[in-house]
Design a protein around this ligand. Sequence first.
Ligand code: ZN
Ligand code: ZN
Ligand code: ZN
Length: 170
Amino acid sequence: MSDSTDVCPKCGAPLGNVTETQSGKKLQKCSKGFWNKEERRNEGCDYVKWLQVEPQELDEKCPKCGNNLILQVTRFGKKLKKCSTGGWDKEAKKATGCDFVEWITGKTEPLGVDCPTCGEKLVLFTTANGKKMEKCSTSGWDSKEKRPTGCTYIRWLKPGETPIPSKSGG
Ligand SMILES: [Zn+2]
Ligand SMILES: [Zn+2]
Ligand SMILES: [Zn+2]
């Protein structure tokens, strides 16, 4: 049990429960504030306390030095794996320890389903935030031209929804 010394610095009311955003960030709102859905604005006290998300130790070894990796979430909800020995020397303004970093951008799995737009196979893409979408396997990104290439079919899945079932009978 936490000794709830957490009171709102604005109005002195106790803070509400810790909630988690879709991107994995944690926050506590003032219990005097609430979201007015009809007027789409905050009413009452608007104080929000963002909580530091503890880096999570992973069961994976650093390919550079063999120490454990940790999972970190940035302020923008992006996830990255980094070496647990890596750090930042504030005085010297330089990185210390191992500099291994791997951004988590999501994963792609093949689906045995044809694209409704072009007939090629679809793939299931899971973002780093756990959102899922079906997209066409021919779609890509031209980093020189900075534009998407191939087929542009995309369908986001609702939470809990499964992709189009495969028609092939086994
Ligand atoms: Zn308050
Ligand atoms: Zn390392
Ligand atoms: Zn397609």
